[in-house]
Design a protein around this ligand. Sequence first.
Ligand code: FES
Length: 158
Amino acid sequence: MNRAPQPTQPGAPEEAAATAPDDAGRRCFLHACMGGMSLVSAGTVAYPIVSFMRLPSTLAESQVLRIPLASLSEDQALYHDHMGQSLVVLYTNKTPKVFDAACTHLGCIVAWDGVQRTFRCPCHGAIFDDEGKPVSGPVSRPLVRVGFEIANNEIVVS
Ligand code: FES
C-alpha cells in the first residue's frame, strides 16, 4: 500500500506532502479495525447458533439419571425427580427396581413403608407390594415400572 509521493500542489502546504505515509498507516489501521469488528460481529452471530446446535447433547446427558448401587440398601427406597416425573428406586431381595411413584388410582405419590415392605398411597389408602402390585384400596393396576440398566455400578435411567 505504499503510494508514490504525490507532487505538491502549488499553494498546498508542505505538511500535506509530509503526511502522505501517515494516510497509508491510517488506512491500514482502519482496515484492521473493520476486520476486527467483522470478526466480533461474526462471533456474536455464530456463538448462539453453535451453542444451540450443541444443546441437544447437553440436555441428553442431563436427562440421564444415575444412582450408584452403593447408595442403596435392602428395603430402602430412594425418590428422585426425573424430567418432571417422581421415580422411586427400591432395593428388595437384593434386586433394584424403579417405579413411577405416582399411584395408579389418581396420581398421588406413594410412600414406601420399609417395615411393612409396601407402598402406601396417602390419598385414598391404596397399598402396593414391593413388586408394585396392588394389595388393597381403590386400585387395580400396578405401579408403573421404569426401565433401567446397570452400568459402572450405577442404575442408569434414561
Ligand atoms: S390416588 Fe392413590 S389411592 Fe387414590
